[in-house]
Design a binder for this molecule. Structure first.
Ligand code: NDP
Ligand code: 13P
Length: 337
């Protein structure tokens, strides 16, 4: 059994900490909120993020980042993309040994256009990084804590590190695969959030199942087109971390991105939507990054571009959809290169 630290006590960090604790690992969950650490340790609940879940008694929380980092040389980073650099900077003071980092965040940083593993590499000295493993796939926290069967993929250039993470998390309800396609896994996980926002908008407009199937399928086409150009393996995009996660995020009521899109489609303004969600909606910032990537790599991404116009240039969702439908005729199957 291992000592493992999880950074970030939102829905996903807490759900993963539960999996690890249930697997018998000595798990310490770090939150930047003192009162949340007290609640987890004394009530064994996390009412804000997983209101109906009782946490296992052996899951301990702390609000001391120093204690969290000293606890272990396996650190799961489960904060939203926009908090990654801040948390890395705070960690720096306490990192004295090599750490196996596992990251589970699904975003791309606007402007720098970095994937999360690139952000970690840039923010932390190389001599404290044993490896960086990405854990990604169709996995809503709300279902994992109910022990509903879930599959996910651990990605690292070094298969031994990916297999170590596979062994840490795998159990009867949580099945973990491995791959060495870090680029494909990170891009699939981040870009599906953009398409899920669009699917939510379509549902908010009551456009029905044909439209949603079109968004999922053509969304996958544009994710794959960009992902392959950036070095991802084409097969990764039809796997768990590509199509799998795209399906779950575009169709599940648990999805924050779908729910945010749904409110936008019903006419609510972005600011109000984000205020009402109270949880991270990664797809918003990632839409900006994806739009910038499509320009940088000269890859047509019509759904992403339409969503960019809705989110950042106040285009009416209905007009954006009309414009998508009347674009120039084209063949369905792209040349991915
Ligand atoms: N939820 C899910 O089912 C899944 C989520 N993910 C990914 O996991 C990542 C985290 O998502 P999720 O857990 O859902 O997000 P939540 O919004 O549920 O929780 C985010 C957590 O991070 C904390 N946080 C935010 N900013 C900082 C900061 N600067 N320093 C320290 N802690 C901070 C929040 O604290 P506070 O309460 O103070 O805001 C909160 O505890 C995202 O990238 C998401 O895409 C991946 C798979 C599944
Ligand atoms: O990535 C997820 C499920 O695999 C979570 O998606 P949301 O952030 O849209 O809830």
């Amino acid at each position: 059994m291992e000592n493992v630290t999880v950074l970030g006590a939102g829905s996903w960090g807490t759900a993963l900490a539960i999996v690890l604790a249930e697997n018998g690992h000595n798990t310490l969950l770090w939150t930047h909120r003192v009162e949340q650490a007290v609640e987890i340790n004394e009530q064994h609940t996390n009412h804000k993020y997983l209101p109906e879940t009782n946490l296992p008694n052996n899951l301990v929380a702390t609000s001391s980042l120093e204690e969290a980092i000293y606890h272990s040389n396996i650190v799961v980073v489960a904060v939203p993309t926009k908090a990654i650099r801040e948390v890395c900077e705070k960690m720096l003071a306490f990192l004295e040994k090599k750490v196996l980092f596992v990251h589970v965040s699904k975003g791309i940083e606007p402007n720098s256009l970095m994937r999360i593993s690139e952000m970690l590499q840039e923010s932390l000295p190389s001599d404290v990084i044993e490896e960086i493993v990405v854990l990604s796939g169709p996995s809503h926290a709300e279902e994992v804590v109910l022990h509903h069967p879930t599959t996910i993929t651990a990605a690292c250039n070094n298969f031994a590190a990916a297999e170590k993470v596979q062994d840490l998390f795998m159990n009867q309800y949580f099945r973990v695969y491995t791959t060495d396609d870090v680029v494909g896994v990170e891009l699939g996980g981040a870009l599906k959030n953009v398409i899920a926002l669009a699917a939510g908008i379509s549902d908010g407009l009551n456009y029905g199942d044909n439209a949603k199937a079109a968004l999922i399928t053509r969304g996958l086409a544009e994710i794959t087109r960009l992902g392959v150009k950036m070095g991802g393996n084409p097969f990764t995009f039809s796997g768990l971390t590509g199509m799998g996660d795209l399906i779950v995020t575009c169709t599940s009521v648990h999805s924050r991105n779908w729910r945010a899109g749904n409110m936008l489609g019903k006419g609510m303004k972005l600011e109000k939507v984000l205020e009402q969600m109270g949880m991270v909606v990664e797809g918003v910032r990632t839409t900006k990054a994806a739009y910038q990537l499509s320009q940088k790599y000269e890859v047509p991404m019509p759904i992403t571009t339409a969503l960019y116009e809705i989110l950042f240039n106040e285009k009416e969702p209905k007009i954006a959809v009309d414009e998508l439908m009347i674009r120039m005729k084209k063949r369905e199957i792209d040349d991915l290169q």
